[in-house]
Design a protein around this ligand. Structure first.
Ligand SMILES: [Zn+2]
Length: 60
């Protein structure tokens, strides 16, 4: 049963536009693609978000 345990699913990582929380104490962020508001707020602390980039596994 453990044949595939050492195998990691390889997904290409791409630089992705995200919204990052401006609150230093918060790690909240969202993918820009999943955001429909012009100026979204953090889902965790409702702080302002700023545009940023993050290297993330590609999603289709
Ligand atoms: Zn936040």
């Amino acid at each position: 049963m453990s044949y595939y345990n050492n195998r990691k699913e390889e997904r290409p990582e791409v630089e992705t536009s995200i919204w990052a929380c401006t609150n230093d104490d918060c790690n909240g962020w969202m993918r820009e693609n999943f955001t429909f508001e012009k100026k979204p707020v953090c889902p965790l602390c409702q702080s302002e978000l700023k545009k940023d980039k993050k290297t993330l596994p590609q999603i289709n």
